[in-house]
Design a protein around this ligand. Structure first.
Ligand SMILES: C[S@@+](CC[C@H](N)C(=O)[O-])C[C@H]1O[C@@H](n2cnc3c(N)ncnc32)[C@H](O)[C@@H]1O
Length: 147
């Protein structure tokens, strides 16, 4: 199993056993054949919460599709188009501005020669965090929930 990400901090979260092979590279580098990968073709590919970082999604999807074996599968998991986290309005708008249209991603997958279908799933997300009161009292434990 190959895990590619440009961030050493993210790659350092991989389990410390011999299953995942970490490759420090962006999606553009992998798709463009500029990353040192341990194999030429792959049975399955998970592209999870990444495409909002990519400027030319069509080029990346088609480059990644070329790395699939015949019959191989690509699963693209995207963030929601909008979030309701307890953030200030500018941050929420900035988030929304960067999310690609999922139907455009499905079209890019079809253009790359894949059969593509689109589905929407939702699940609750909890962020345990600590809020420290200004008066120095005991920290409050807060759980923020988003979907
Ligand atoms: C929301 S995190 C998702 C991390 C992981 N894929 C997951 O699902 O838990 C976004 C990730 O995209 C990575 N990233 C940023 N720019 C990227 C690019 N051009 N190509 C591929 N990954 C990128 C970041 O380093 C970060 O790890």
């Amino acid at each position: 199993m190959v895990c590619a990400d440009p961030s050493p901090a993210i790659l350092s979260q991989l389990p410390r056993d011999d299953r995942p092979i970490a490759v420090r590279a962006s999606a553009e580098e992998v798709a463009g054949g500029r990353a040192a990968l341990p194999a030429e073709r792959y049975d399955a590919m998970l592209v999870k919460k990444v495409l909002h970082h990519v400027a030319d999604v069509g080029a990346v999807i088609s480059g990644l599709a070329r790395l699939l074996r015949p019959g191989g599968r690509m699963l693209v998991v995207m963030l929601p188009l909008r979030i309701t986290y307890p953030l200030f309005d500018v941050a929420l708008a900035e988030f929304a501005r960067h999310q690609p249209d999922p139907s455009g991603i499905a079209d890019a997958m079809r253009a790359a020669g894949l059969d593509a279908s689109l589905s929407h799933e939702s699940f609750p997300l909890a962020f345990p965090c600590r809020a420290v009161p200004a008066d120095g009292a005991q920290p409050l434990h807060v759980t923020a929930i988003g979907v």
